[in-house]
Design a protein around this ligand. Structure first.
Ligand code: ATP
Ligand code: MG
Length: 436
């Protein structure tokens, strides 16, 4: 992409309204713009990151045979009356009515809707278990929307739902999703800590939150230090290990804020770590809470009726954009992990008005394009200092810098955004490093 034709309205000044670094950087990098309190538009650069995160989440859900659907944002109030949550949910729910005066709502979550779909579609035990998910915008009228898209009112969530014949099956679905979450966050370049959690208004009796460490996080973390050090994913390929891993977390390592009492401290002793974190996912097992009220019942092998056991599994897709920035930045700006970066490499032309320099940059850009490497080419008529600052701000993992001197020497400067390391290479060698 040529920056001269792109829409990337970067800001030099730090916006006064932004309290935390991810919010500041997202505004400054031209990723988002506020529409009203807790409601944002996503501009090209921000949208690209959001889509990349969404795609990693999608691939990991598909990998455990969880099937993608897309349910609407607007739901009927009647469904929520059947589950009893229409009144329970309170002022966080945005309630609307249509032209016929029917009560509708903008979905804060989709348990009712997916349960109705299941109930209308699946009748036999043979078609269970099922795992279904969607990635859809949610609305929650948060009391205090803040920190940009981290606590928005409108936000993008991946929510999955499991349907099983018995508690054992439900536990297995839960374990599958638990381990899939660890893989998802690892692919996103994050170290996520699962913590046993309170089930809140969604209900149920088994739940974990996934938190990533950040000083600006709203949640308190108390856990065993091995939680941070161990590579939990190294032997999870066999399904039989799933239960063990989840059990280890549940029984040994994970602790909640509520559990951060004397008992936890005594049990963990000097291994106890306390820190702050951002909640980037939350999973629940809640049994027959919704299936019993909404008729999600199948016929068993002997003709008996089985009310299915359910769980729900959320990931804050839009919150993750901010959470990744909180975890990956420096004084100069964002440092994107390779899996979510909007472009893999930034190409900087230091002398727009020098034909040799521009030709060398155009050639490099063609080489990158032909190799299928996504590049953002700063071909603007701007000072070198502005180009350096913008490129560091938007955080692409690699930079290729070309000026009159490098053209004369037949090299390019190749910079690692994270370490700042700068090496001189031939164009072909730089290309090879990016391909590898
Ligand atoms: P929180 O305690 O942060 O309000 P929650 O427990 O209400 O979260 P869930 O209902 O479990 O959230 O939703 C699943 C995920 O959606 C959360 O783990 C979080 O990452 C994300 N999420 C929830 N509320 C918001 C919000 N207002 N803005 C952005 N993301 C959100
Ligand atoms: Mg909430």
């Amino acid at each position: 992409m040529r920056l001269s034709t792109y829409f990337m309205p970067t800001l030099k000044e730090t916006p006064a309204e932004a309290q935390i670094v991810s919010h500041r950087l997202m505004l400054r990098a031209g990723m988002i713009r506020q529409s009203s309190a807790g409601i944002y538009s996503w501009l090209p650069l921000g949208l690209k990151v959001l889509k990349n995160i969404e795609q990693v989440v999608r691939e990991e859900q598909n990998a455990i045979n969880c099937h993608e659907v897309l349910m609407p944002t607007i739901q009927s109030a009647d469904l929520w009356r059947q589950s009893g949550r229409y009144d329970d949910y309170g002022p966080e729910m945005l309630r609307v009515s249509d032209r016929h005066g029917r009560d509708m709502l903008y979905g804060p979550t989709n348990e009712e809707q997916i349960t109705e779909i299941f109930a209308n579609s699946i009748r036999s035990y043979r078609d269970v278990p099922q795992l279904l998910y969607h990635i859809q915008w949610k609305f929650r009228d948060e009391v205090r929307p803040r920190f940009g898209i981290m606590r928005g009112r409108e936000f993008l969530m991946k929510d999955a739902y499991s349907f099983d014949l018995d508690k054992e099956g439900a536990q297995n679905s839960y374990n599958k999703m638990f381990v899939s979450y660890l893989k998802t966050y690892e692919r996103l370049g994050l170290k996520a800590i699962p913590m046993a959690a309170d089930t809140g208004p969604i209900g149920g009796d088994m739940s974990h939150e996934f938190l990533i460490l950040a000083e600006t996080g709203e949640s308190e973390i108390a856990c065993h230090n091995e939680c941070l050090n161990n590579n939990w994913l190294k032997d999870v390929d066999a399904d039989s290990n799933l239960g063990k891993i989840v059990h280890t977390f549940t029984e040994k390592y994970a602790a909640t804020d509520e559990m951060r009492d004397e008992k936890t401290e005594r049990a963990l002793g000097s291994n106890l770590i306390t820190a702050r974190g951002i909640e980037v996912g939350h999973i629940f097992y809640f049994g027959t809470k919704y299936s019993s009220k909404l008729g999600a019942v199948v016929t068993g092998p002997n003709g008996e009726e089985i009310t299915v056991e359910m769980g729900s599994y959320g990931i804050g897709v839009s919150r993750l954009v901010g959470a990744i920035i909180e975890a990956c930045h420096d004084d100069r700006g964002i440092i994107w992990p390779e899996t979510v970066t909007p472009y893999k490499v930034g190409l900087i032309n230091l002398r727009h008005d020098d034909d040799n320099c521009t030709n060398a940059c155009d050639n490099m850009y063609s080489l990158l394009k032909d190799a299928g490497i996504e590049a953002l080419y700063d071909d603007r008529d701007k000072k070198a200092g502005v180009k350096f600052a913008d490129m560091d701000l938007i955080g692409l993992p690699w930079q290729i810098i070309i000026g009159p001197k490098s053209v004369k020497d037949g090299i390019v400067e190749f910079k690692n955004r994270k370490t700042g390391e700068l090496v001189e290479l031939s164009a072909a060698a730089a290309l090879n490093l990016l391909k590898g």
